[in-house]
Write a protein that binds this ligand. Structure first.
Ligand SMILES: Nc1ncnc2c1ncn2[C@@H]1O[C@H](COP(=O)(O)OP(=O)(O)O)[C@@H](O)[C@H]1O
Ligand SMILES: [Mg+2]
Length: 437
């Protein structure tokens, strides 16, 4: 007897019509409230249609403000124009390579490799004929210098306008070197005769980052070669999020499965969390999943609330499991001390969930010992605390000068039980509870 478990699974869907449109990788046709940003990026990129190198562009803004979607939208349009002889009057070649530097493309070498591989795989997208100098060559095992030479050759020989999108650019380890290299290509490209005309290819960069400050870490030399447009993306407000969500509900949910007021509630929650559209869509999807797992046809208000706490837990979990080991150990020591009331609590009139950095350092040393790790110095410990604060996992403050002198006070940003549980699992439960007491 043939089972129909797959078909049953599909027809079992009570609320969703199309789950794909809720994925963070889906780029909708319309991006409301981002017309200006699309226009600005398009304006800069449009110079390739005149066979002129576009300026570099840098897009900044908090997560979920539509930076990636805007760039992908413009590149998609550009590809359509370039591949259509009726629209591409000058017959120029242009090609955009997108990569997210967080996902493995975090060194000059990986990035050069990706750019060249993308060409090999996609040459027919930009030209009927294979590009000169790219086919029948393997790239693996080549040195960065060889890859660079190849890149220059490909861009020059084809008079190609190459647009390199570096999403989450602040994750690149040798960013100075990379940017310097990529901008320098332009000085080394010679014009070539194609048909009747002399043409010159170019390399432009679209950099995307959540951190406006990432540029501070660059050499002045690199900074000056990077001159270009800067666009800052503002967070969405609750009303804007509501529209964005309502559009997605129309595409992805069955009719009548979620009310306008519940969409409004999701929008309000997301507006409080930095106006992050990705978070809003995640809430929407989770609420739908909860309704569905309860075999209901409608999303209830409680589903939205449950979705919110589930996602908050997931977010903290993701944060914790991707932390470097020593920061996890510091977090463990903090949550453990909070649960035990803090060693020095009796000496102070501080509430029990506020700890002195000294006692936390001692706790950290103990946990390190039971894990057979060498504790880092106080200075490193201070750095770890700062990193944890940036992620919102702890808050730091200075005590007023008192019996114990001025010291850093530490408070956990989420439930100590939850954090302790998550870190223990993440650290692989390498030690037993008793051994560190
Ligand atoms: N204006 C918008 N209209 C519709 N969906 C949007 C809009 N802005 C962002 N999104 C959606 O929100 C999510 C995050 O957007 P993204 O472009 O990845 O943001 P960022 O790159 O700034 O973090 C994606 O799923 C995207 O489809
Ligand atoms: Mg992005």
């Amino acid at each position: 007897m043939s089972s129909r478990i797959f078909e049953d699974e599909l027809t079992a869907s009570t609320v969703f019509k199309d789950m794909n449109v809720l994925s963070p990788h889906y780029v909708p046709k319309e991006l409301p409230y981002r017309k200006n940003e699309i226009k600005q990026v398009t304006k800069v990129m449009s110079s390739v249609l005149l066979d002129v190198k576009p300026l570099n562009i840098f897009l900044y803004g908090k997560t979920g403000t539509g930076k990636t979607s805007v760039v992908k939208t413009v590149l998609r349009e550009l590809e359509l124009v370039v591949s259509d002889p009726l629209r591409n009057k000058s017959g120029m070649l242009s090609y955009g390579v997108y990569m997210n530097c967080r996902l493995g493309y975090n060194s000059k070498y990986q990035i050069l490799l990706k750019i060249l591989e993308d060409h090999q795989l996609n040459t027919d997208k930009i030209s009927e004929k294979p590009l000169k100098g790219v086919r029948n060559n393997t790239l693996g095992g080549r040195s960065p210098t060889e890859l660079y030479a190849k890149l220059q050759k490909v861009v020059q020989a084809n008079a190609l306008h190459l647009i390199i999108v570096l999403d989450e650019i602040d994750m690149v380890r040798d960013l100075n070197d990379l940017l310097y290299t990529l901008t320098r290509v332009n000085d080394q490209i010679e014009p070539v005769k194609i048909g009747e005309r002399n043409r010159r290819g170019s390399v432009s960069i679209i950099g995307i980052s959540n951190k406006h400050s990432f540029k501070n870490a660059l050499d002045p030399r690199t900074k000056s070669t990077l001159l270009g447009e800067e666009i800052v993306f503002k967070p969405y407000n609750a009303n804007q999020l509501k529209t964005i969500l309502a559009n997605r509900v129309r595409e992805g949910f069955k009719k009548g499965s979620i009310s306008a007021s519940n969409i409004g509630l999701i929008a309000a929650f997301a507006a409080q969390t930095n106006g992050d559209a990705r978070y809003a869509l995640r809430l929407l999807q989770k609420a739908g999943e909860i309704a569905q797992s309860n075999k209901r046809k409608r999303v209830k208000k409680e589903d939205v609330q449950t979705a919110k706490s589930k996602i908050e837990e997931d977010i903290i979990h993701e944060l914790i499991t991707t932390l470097p080991e020593h920061q996890q150990i510091v977090l463990y020591a903090i949550s453990d001390l909070v649960l035990r009331g803090g060693q020095y609590r009796r000496l102070s009139d501080l509430p029990g969930d506020i700890l002195f950095s000294g006692e936390v350092y001692e706790g950290y040393e103990k946990v390190c010992k039971s894990l057979s790790r060498n504790p880092r110095t106080m200075r490193w410990f201070g750095e770890y605390l700062k990193e944890l604060e940036m992620l919102g996992l702890v808050t730091l403050s200075l005590s007023g000068s008192g019996v114990r002198g001025t010291t850093t006070l530490i408070r956990l940003g989420a439930s100590a039980e939850e954090i302790k549980k998550m870190v223990s699992i993440s650290l692989g439960l390498l030690f037993s509870e008793k051994s560190i007491k």
